[in-house]
Design a protein around this ligand. Structure first.
Ligand SMILES: C[S@@+](CC[C@H](N)C(=O)[O-])C[C@H]1O[C@@H](n2cnc3c(N)ncnc32)[C@H](O)[C@@H]1O
Ligand SMILES: [Zn+2]
Length: 963
């Protein structure tokens, strides 16, 4: 057996100020100004704050480590002395090594603040520390440490690597991502403000030219009001017998829910003309606003009342390719220059004519031989293709171009042609700069496309348009919003130019460029052992279908940029074959091969290649987030089987306000940063070390306990805390190349993970009940408490004071639920009155749905009414319940378990059975277990749910009854 080589620990292997970094990362999400996220959409971008902090803490050694080189300590001391003594916050001692460590970590936390990201003081110090750490750890003088990210996406990690003074190598399989990396890592640092100025200048020129050509299709109203949005409803023909009217599909009849004024819609039906007219109501009464025509894909005709089923609706749309151009314009939203507020008016004949003219215009452009194929004709997936794009694939958009209505197409191809003209008009003789200018304008066109589809929606609360990618999918919009690109509101071309140039202000502070490549993470185009840090953010198992989504942009980019970058834009659509994702369950058609095994095997190869390019004394950081145990298991297996040892792990909370809403499923707030080292000898060969399973298992509960305490103190709770505990659990196991039982049998990681889930569940339960003896509760109570806890997340704001929400239950991924249950000694299959299992998900029933089980059908009698009726409790709730009905308590039995009893008390309160509840509590409230459980639930049921209210009310009775 070879001896474990010793390297000084990096700061991140010792500590990380996750609470502060999380605060900065969350805040960054709400900052739009100057952030690279405004350049272009990339799904699940890493917050720069988290990247910056992790980079510094990974590149800099821990000064208090006995192996830390003296040269780094000296420089760090000098820099920290200067830094902490030039701040207004007062002097800080940087005497001993422990305090030096704290100073460095505090510096990292402050530097994570967006406001400090371009501050010279922070930049200079961080760059100096990165350089000295690199030299001290054996780097060649004059060189920088190389940070490698082969799943680079929108480029957050490599961008930050440049900022803190490292070299960056970024690659991604996806051509759109590679283009974004080119901008961020090369064009912005290379050309900076000069490029931004040209983009602004030519962006303005395009605006003027486009306005000359197109303003006639978006004219102002005669009173000078400017239309900012056109609201369209797709239509179907009603299939009700003898009806056949054209039904506009509108989800909600609210147009505006402004504070000072509201607007809504009303259908006026005219049987004689067989038409449905749409009227706009100003400040309507609540009861005047009826339901829309479409719910869950079925359409109800306001004229004859017939409901056309969703299959027929889809069939109709298939005949007109999604129906963007067969829609009915039902409202024009306008604004007056210099005046606040929006106006909503009925469309005029002129509005309809303008649209017709735009349709004619586009036909004439497309007849020109030079302009063939300007509109994306690439195939849009149908239901047999990728459902990764969500419901829009079911409605017959057969080409990507069909997502747009005629006027939207006209706008986009006009801008495309104008960008081509810019290239001719622009007289720069630097070919590379010309390409950079064209690229930025093409990116602005992408942003315009995203704001100009028939999937954009009108937001009645914000009174503005919402662009296409509200989430990581392309869901169908039955009614949609078309913006006016010259209206000076959301979706205007001027805004697109701002969005793409603003990031220059903050990203151009990088003084050197990075390297990027289109490539597969399984075969990184770098020699062995060249890098100091392998920091990457691989696809999150089945969460996002990047290649499918990015086709949306690819088809527009290739129409402009193929001559400049033929290697990126030479294919029909983005390559899906080599993307490492698990999509076989969600989309078995095209992705039947992308199974869990595929993900594990291919991710393992990628992780192996990451280890290959990393020097033996280098460090790895893998970011991962997933709300299922299977997603986590797949990622961990590939990492550990690829020869990595996990040495630390840090959850960083990046989401705002992510506490689960009443009906939510687990909402993860944190991504976990798994810090790892290659299990290698100094010569790069793999180390063999066999571990003893018994000692691994005996260490496990202690480590989980210690870590859970820290997590809770940092506000990391629920599913975030559960998954964050995987780090320490895996630290113990992954120290060894294999772990064996006394029999010599090798322990599979999956087997160990079963023990880990159990240990985590037990520890979490102790946390929930603040150390009370949890064995006193039956498995159903433990499972309910743990389930609800799993669904709480993060430290984001919670909406309080709103109307209580009727709970529909609490969903978890089945496998996750099963593992949690197992760890608590519960068996999901035996708890059918508490948990409902459907396919791959499990639902904890809301208390209301347990009413019949708890009281029995007809078990509760009301004394009201002429006849003494038997009613189920559910029915009792449905009616106005009179206070204190006389009910014979002997008529039903108390629940068998403490959970049932607490739920019964909640339901009695809900039914307004105050007297009965009193008698009930006098009996059951003598048992302290009842109150311990009720108290736990009072903190666990989500704020705003009726269940939370009920259990709080039961708790309130405790005092009044003197219990
Ligand atoms: C979670 S994203 C990275 C996001 C990035 N960190 C950011 O902040 O924007 C994962 C990336 O992996 C890429 N990817 C998937 N399979 C790949 C493969 N085989 N090789 C390289 N990249 C791949 C996807 O295109 C996607 O951009
Ligand atoms: Zn009808």
């Amino acid at each position: 057996m070879t001896k474990t080589p010793k390297y000084p620990k990096r700061l991140i292997e010792v500590d990380l100020p996750i609470k502060k970094i999380s605060e900065h990362a969350r805040r960054e999400k709400s900052i739009r100004h100057g952030h690279i996220s405004t350049l272009h959409i990339w799904w699940a971008r890493r917050p720069l704050a988290a990247c910056r902090a992790v980079l510094c803490a990974s590149l800099w050694p821990d000064p208090a480590d006995p192996l830390c080189p003296e040269s780094f300590i000296e420089i760090a001391k000098t820099e920290m002395n200067i830094f902490w003594n030039t701040l207004d916050t007062g002097n800080r001692e940087v005497q001993d090594l422990e305090s030096l460590r704290t100073c460095l970590l505090d510096f990292i936390a402050d530097f994570a603040n967006w406001d400090n990201s371009t501050n010279e003081k922070y930049l200079k110090i961080s760059r100096h520390l990165t350089e000295s750490a690199h030299l001290a750890l054996g780097g060649i003088p004059g060189s920088r440490p190389l940070v490698v990210d082969p799943f680079a996406g929108g480029g957050s990690i490599p961008l930050e690597a440049l900022r803190v003074g490292a070299d960056a190598y970024a690659s991604d399989l996806n051509p759109v991502a590679v283009l974004l990396n080119k901008v961020v890592l090369e064009y912005i640092p290379k050309y900076g403000e000069k490029l931004a100025d040209e983009v602004k200048k030519w962006g303005q020129w395009i605006n003027e030219e486009a306005e000359k050509e197109l303003a006639q299709y978006y004219p102002k109203d005669s009173d000078g009001s400017i239309p900012i949005a056109y609201l369209w409803a797709r239509t179907i023909t009603c299939e009700g017998s003898g009806c056949g009217t054209e039904v506009p599909l509108i989800r909600s009849l609210w147009l505006s829910k402004g504070k000072n004024q509201t607007f809504g819609l009303k259908f006026n039906t005219n049987c004689r003309s067989n038409k449905i007219e749409i009227e706009i109501l100003s400040n309507p009464n609540l009861r005047d606003i009826k339901d829309g025509t479409i719910t869950r894909g079925t359409v109800t005709c306001p004229l004859c009342g017939y409901t056309t089923p969703s299959n027929s609706v889809k069939l109709q749309f298939k005949k007109n390719m999604g129906g963007a151009d067969n829609s009915r314009l039902f409202c024009v939203v306008t604004k007056r220059n210099g005046k606040n507020g929006r106006k909503y008016r009925t469309p005029t004949d002129k509005d309809l004519l303008n649209f017709e003219l735009a349709s004619e215009k586009i036909k004439s452009i497309c007849l020109d031989q030079n302009h063939l194929n300007l509109i994306p004709s690439e195939k849009y997936p149908d239901e047999s293709g990728s459902g990764a794009l969500s419901s829009s694939v079911l409605y017959g958009f057969d080409k990507w171009g069909n997502l747009f209505n005629a006027r939207q197409k006209l706008l986009l191809i006009s801008i495309n042609l104008l960008i081509k003209k810019v290239v001719v008009e622009f007289e720069g003789n630097n070919k590379d700069f010309n390409s950079a200018l064209k690229t930025l304008l093409a990116i602005a066109l992408d942003r315009q496309a995203e704001h100009s589809t028939s999937l954009c929606r009108w937001n009645s609360s914000g009174e503005k348009m919402q662009a296409t990618f509200g989430r990581q999918a392309l869901p169908m919009a039955y009614d949609y919003c078309e913006c006016n690109p010259f209206g000076g509101s959301v979706g205007s071309w001027k805004t697109m130019i701002d969005l793409v140039t603003i990031p220059f202000e903050t990203a151009s502070c990088n003084d050197h460029i990075g390297t990027y490549n289109q490539g597969d993470a399984r075969s990184i185009l770098l020699p062995d052992d060249i890098s100091s840090l392998f920091f990457t953010d691989p696809p999150y198992y089945d969460a996002i279908a990047y290649a499918d989504l990015s086709d949306f942009f690819y088809v527009w980019l290739k129409r402009l940029l193929k001559p400049d970058f033929p290697e990126l834009f030479n294919s029909e659509l983005v390559d899906k074959k080599n993307e490492i994702v698990q999509l076989s369950k969600r989309f078995p058609g095209p992705y039947s091969n992308k199974t869990q095994e595929y993900f594990e095997n291919e991710m393992k190869i990628a992780m192996q290649d990451g280890r290959r390019v990393l020097s033996p004394n280098g460090l790895g950081v893998i970011v991962f987030a997933h709300k299922s145990t299977s997603g986590w298991e797949a990622q961990l297996l590939s990492l550990i089987n690829a020869g990595w040892i996990i040495t630390a792990s840090w959850p960083i909370d990046t989401e705002m306000g992510t506490r689960m809403n009443a009906m939510g499923t687990a909402a993860l707030a944190s991504s976990i940063h798994l810090v790892c080292r290659p299990r290698e000898n100094p010569d790069g060969s793999l180390r063999i070390e066999v571990g003893d399973y018994r000692s691994v298992l005996s260490e496990l509960p202690g480590r989980i306990h210690e870590w859970m305490q820290r997590l809770v103190s940092e506000d990391v709770v629920g599913a975030d805390a559960i998954f964050a505990c995987l780090g320490p659990a895996l630290e113990i196991f992954s120290r060894y190349s294999s772990v064996e039982k006394p029999s010599g049998e090798i322990v599979a990681l999956r087997e160990y993970l079963e023990q880990v889930w159990a240990a985590i569940s037990k520890e979490a339960l102790t946390t929930i009940f603040s150390g009370a003896d949890t064995t006193a509760f039956e498995p159903d109570a433990r499972l309910t408490a743990m389930w609800l806890w799993t669904l709480t997340a993060g430290s984001g704001p919670v909406t309080e004071g709103e109307k209580p929400v009727k709970s529909t239950g609490y969903e978890l991924d089945f496998d996750t639920a099963r593992k949690i249950a197992q760890g608590l000694g519960a068996n999901l299959e035996e708890l059918s009155g508490l948990v409902e299992i459907k396919g791959s998900s499990a639902r904890l029933l809301p208390v209301m749905e347990r009413a019949d089980i708890l009281f029995g059908k007809g078990g509760v009698k009301t004394a009201k009414g002429k006849k003494k009726e038997q009613m189920t409790l559910g029915e009792v709730f449905g009616e106005e319940v009179s206070p204190d009905p006389v009910i014979d308590l002997k008529e039903y039995t108390s629940g068998k378990t403490m959970l049932d009893i607490v739920h019964q008390s909640m339901l009695l309160h809900a039914a307004g059975k105050s007297e009965l509840l009193k008698i009930f509590l006098m009996e059951h409230g003598k048992n302290s277990k009842f109150w311990t459980l009720a108290q736990a639930f009072a903190a666990l049921y989500p704020v705003g749910t009726d269940e939370r209210r009920w259990v709080e009310a039961v708790m309130a009775r405790k005092k009044t009854l003197g219990l």
